[in-house]
Design a protein. Sequence first.
Length: 265
Amino acid sequence: MKTVTLTTNELEAWHADGFVHLRNTLDRSIRQELEVWVDELSALSPGGGRADSPILQHFEQVGDQVVLARTENLVPNHEGIRALVTSGPLLDCGAGLAGEEVVLYKEKINYKMPGGAGFEPHQDATAYKFVDRHLTCMIAIDEATEDNGCLQVSRGHHGELLPDNGDGCIDPATAATLEWEPMLLEPGEVLWFHSRTPHRSSENRTDRPRRALFLTFNAKAQGDLRTAYYDDKIAQLAAHADSPRSRVSTIGHFKGRAPEMDVTT
Ligand SMILES: O=C(O)CCC(=O)C(=O)O
């Protein structure tokens, strides 16, 4: 695997803007494998995978169909993903951006199937407990465009927590004052963003999925918090089982409708 060194321009962009778009971090061979791994993980039944650490599948209602919205807890359930987050170019980049060694905090695939919903303006920091600084690497599996609901970010606001709507999202009046920029990604490209970088996305108005893998890291010196994060999240999601929205997080940012039928069995 190649070693990655960030340029001065990339580091300056990261510190000034709270995000940086990197086009060549991943080798072509890994890019091709990623699509296969995402197919393998999406095919697991809810609660499937390792008995002691099952896969978490989240669904949404789109028209008369129930479709997959998100998969989590990938690492215990996939050797390839485990290798990707344990060493290699992504960890090098994460450490370069953080200025210190990093460790995985959480990981997920968002599918955004045709008609799949978007996300309210939010800062991930409101959902990520235990430490106040995380960085996320979004890897495009499919091209991300304005039509299929690419991420939109607001530059330079990663130094502050913005006013909240009471459910972990940015208060709409504040969100309306921000400038939003679409992040157009080709498959295999990565976008790193800070956990206080405001972001949002719209629904997928095309007839193909817009899949992306999100890997979130924290400083290794602050500890390996991944198990604590998932234990807390699973407990909190249970409290929202009757929400009309499909609840994929401890905050109410996902606009998808809750499935109209039981998909857990
Ligand atoms: O996948 C998207 O469009 C947005 C994802 C996002 O903001 C999140 O999962 O917190």
